[in-house]
Design a protein around this ligand. Structure first.
Ligand code: PPS
Length: 370
């Protein structure tokens, strides 16, 4: 692989600023917005294959699996270039687009775009797309650490704020909820294989077989075993072609957080527990956000629903069960040493109800006077 191309991509990414813009209301890095017309008019070709996902959902894992399948398990070929060169990330950099345009077919391409922003030529060519979805809590924690280490993304700030930023969808590529549901609905109209990260952890062999069938590749059991071995967390973490260690600290500073942190689903739980333990040593008031349950409700798969049930499961053992905003607001008032009259408390309850805030957002106003 031409080292000049790597250098060109690195330089382009290092020049990214964390400024945000939006595309049709979806928050997006300003550098992506600047190139949007070119990205959106990208010309798909017959035989293209795409991996699509919300950020931090196991995209790199899936793209390695797909590349291995397309290379029929040839390890040497799979090591031909860093993953962002052999699988151009279409919306990320001008050089990626150029690379994709000059690559021989069949091409494997990566996007993080919500389904309604996909370049139309992919639908015209009936391109095969593998979409990977990961449960929102692990996605959020992974995204948080990535935003800390990826110098092209905005600084995520403290986690307790990031939680709400993520839930409101005010991160690059927008709302996790809109993303996974948008693609879920689209899968019945297009050639989309919808895969869950958690299923890949549970039984990678089964999920790789699904991808093989979708790509119409009938590979031997030996090849399947090779793919399994080379795309395991341990192998990929050590592989400089996929662990992003070829990128300098000015792009991804892995001393802050490694690209591949740990293999798990449910690592959000460690995070939550960490704060739970710290609360007795510091001035931390630990409150549970019920809104997450409301917005998660109705998600397409048991995996997402089970993450909701986990909250229920986790919650009753440590706090009183049952939604009681008044009680929680009172806790916050005591914590902040504010002894406000009942009338004010009622006003706060009323003006911070889900219904009220949702109405205010719809009307474009968020002002509450007490
Ligand atoms: S990106 O930057 O949006 O493209 O990131 P993405 O590749 O989608 O997601 C990164 C997370 O995927 C995990 N990952 C894996 N998990 C299990 N097995 C394998 N082989 C594997 N490869 C990557 C990676 O560790 C990131 O998750 P976290 O939770 O941050 O560790």
């Amino acid at each position: 692989m031409d080292p000049e191309i790597i250098e060109k991509i690195v330089q382009e990414m290092a020049a990214f600023t964390p400024d945000m813009g939006n595309i049709e209301g979806v928050p997006m890095l300003q550098n992506i917005c600047n190139e949007w017309d070119t990205i959106h008019s990208f010309q798909a070709r017959d035989g293209d294959v795409v991996v699509a996902s919300y950020p931090k959902s196991g995209t790199t894992w899936m793209q390695e699996i797909m590349d291995f399948i397309l290379q029929e398990g040839d390890v040497e070929k799979s090591l031909r270039a860093p993953c962002f060169i052999k699988v151009p990330f279409l919306e990320m950099a001008k050089t990626s687009l150029e690379l994709a345009n000059t690559m021989p077919s069949p091409r494997l391409l990566k996007i993080h775009l919500p389904v309604h922003l996909v370049p139309p030529s992919f639908w015209e060519k009936n391109t095969k797309i593998v979409y990977v979805a990961r449960n929102p809590k692990d996605c959020m924690v992974s995204y948080y650490y990535f935003q800390k280490s990826d110098q092209t993304l905005p600084d995520p700030g403290p986690f307790e704020n990031y939680f709400n930023v993520f839930l409101s969808g005010n991160v690059s590529w927008g709302s996790w909820f809109d993303h996974v549901i948008g693609w879920w609905k689209a899968k019945d109209r297009h050639q989309i294989l919808y895969i869950f990260y958690e299923d890949m952890i549970e039984d990678p062999q089964r999920e790789i077989r699904k991808v093989m069938t979708f790509l119409e590749k009938d590979l031997s059991e030996d090849v399947l075993q090779k793919i399994l071995q080379h795309t395991s967390f341990e192998s990929m973490k050590k592989n400089p072609m996929v662990n992003f260690s070829v990128l300098p600290n000015s792009v991804i500073d892995q001393s802050i957080s490694p690209f591949m942190r740990k293999v798990s689903w449910g690592s959000w739980f460690d995070h939550v527990i960490g704060w739970w333990k710290a609360k007795d040593r510091h001035q931390i008031l630990y409150i549970f956000d019920e809104d997450m349950i409301e917005v998660s409700y109705g998600c397409p798969n048991g995996v997402f629903m089970s993450s909701v049930f986990l909250i229920f499961f986790f919650k009753p053992s440590i706090v009183h069960f049952g939604q009681d905003p008044q009680r929680e607001i009172q806790k916050v008032m005591t914590f902040l040493e504010k002894d406000l009259p009942d009338e004010v408390l009622q006003k706060i309850v009323q003006h911070t109800s889900f219904k009220m805030i949702k109405n205010m957002q719809t009307k474009g106003s968020c002002r509450v006077s007490l």
